[in-house]
Design a protein around this ligand. Structure first.
Ligand code: DAH
Length: 347
């Protein structure tokens, strides 16, 4: 009997190493130790032995049973470790230095915003801030766009529930509605109500409109607003400062063109077209890029500046629009998807 027990054990010792999966192991184990297994069959033979031989045989069988169990246990452990390693991959030492720590980069919109802000700061503008949740007064009324004004439809937007509390956003009237600002022009009003002229501010920030997203529209976008108030400011200052801005951004051959337009807070108002030789998209044709104009006397009156003394210009430009034309991004949605394949191209 010992011979047979030994040969079963040796066979198991040899064969068990090549088993690589838990299911295979269970089958194999059943063939040896299961109810119909070879080892089980052998241990059952004890009942056929003469009574006096049984204690010795029993002891022997127990010894082999234990050795066999040790093999099963070792195999179970080995297979568990193997399965875990397959799941989590090769072992790593997290304390080692990484030789290729990848550098992140600023988002394209951040880069373009910072470049514009940097360029305008050089000619004396300081950055001003305003809330993204606005009230109708700052977003429209004070900008000479009363409730029944058709220009307001174009910017009809996300209004917030009347009772929604925004303690940090001041209201002119108690029953004014809150809304997500449709443009950064509201910062003009907030600044003028707080400060005395002369003023030179730029206000970069997020804006919202009820637009259906497509290649050129997004319900969420960014603008930079500029306001310059002083004595004797003319359209020539406006044109010269915009030429300076675009030449700094795009190179000395960048040209701007003013087209008459309507904005309720500036008079006269213009749309600005841009052209620059070396830029594929805006190289050969004029491209409409932003709005601007001379601050309307009605706006000055609203904030308590004397329109006979003070003059000023204002402009607002869309950061996405500039970024897309500078870098040839042809769908605005790419800018908000955070796909590293796009982002990593602008380091
Ligand atoms: N607020 C305008 C818009 O969102 C842009 C604009 C036009 C801003 C003329 C101005 C301006 O300051 O004078 O389309």
């Amino acid at each position: 009997m010992e011979e047979e027990l030994k040969s079963i054990l040796e066979a198991v010792e040899n064969e068990i190493q090549s088993i690589g999966a838990a299911a295979e192991f269970e089958q194999y184990k059943a063939r040896i130790s299961g109810p119909n297994g070879s080892f089980t069959a052998l241990s059952k033979q004890i009942s056929k032995l003469p009574v006096e031989e049984r204690p010795i045989a029993g002891k022997l069988i127990n010894q082999y049973k234990q050795r066999l169990q040790a093999l099963w246990d070792a195999a179970t452990k080995r297979l568990e470790t193997l399965a875990l390693a397959q799941k989590i991959g090769a072992p790593v030492d997290p304390t080692l230095f990484s030789t290729e720590a990848p550098y992140g980069s600023r988002h394209l919109l951040t880069q373009v915003r910072e470049e514009i802000v940097h360029t305008l700061r050089k000619i004396g503008f300081v950055v001003a801030d305003g809330p993204e949740v606005e009230t109708e007064y700052y977003c429209f009324d004070a900008l000479n766009t009363p409730k029944d004004h058709p220009a307001r439809d174009l910017q009809d937007t996300y209004y917030l529930k009347q009772q929604e509390p925004f303690g940090n956003v001041s209201r002119k009237e108690d029953d004014e509605r809150y809304l997500l600002r449709t443009h950064t022009s509201s910062v003009q009003i907030r600044t003028m109500l707080e400060e005395e002229p002369p003023i030179r501010i730029i206000a970069p920030g997020r804006c919202f409109r009820r637009d259906t997203a497509d290649a050129t529209h997004s319900a969420n976008f960014h603008q930079i607003e500029a306001l310059y108030v002083d004595k004797g400011v003319t359209v020539r200052d406006l044109k010269a400062d915009l030429d300076y801005l675009f030449r700094s951004l795009l190179g000395p051959d960048a040209k701007t063109r003013f087209r008459p337009h309507y904005f309720s807070y500036t008079e006269p108002s213009f749309e600005v077209d841009l052209k620059a030789q070396h830029l594929g998209k805006v190289g050969s044709e004029w491209m409409e890029i932003m709005g601007c104009g001379m601050v309307d006397p009605a706006v000055f009156e609203e904030v308590g500046y004397d329109p006979n003394v003070w003059t000023g210009y204002a402009f607002g430009l869309g950061i996405e629009r500039i970024a897309m034309s500078l870098y040839g991004v042809d769908d605005i949605r790419y800018l908000f998807q955070n796909d590293v394949r796009l982002l990593s191209q602008f380091k």
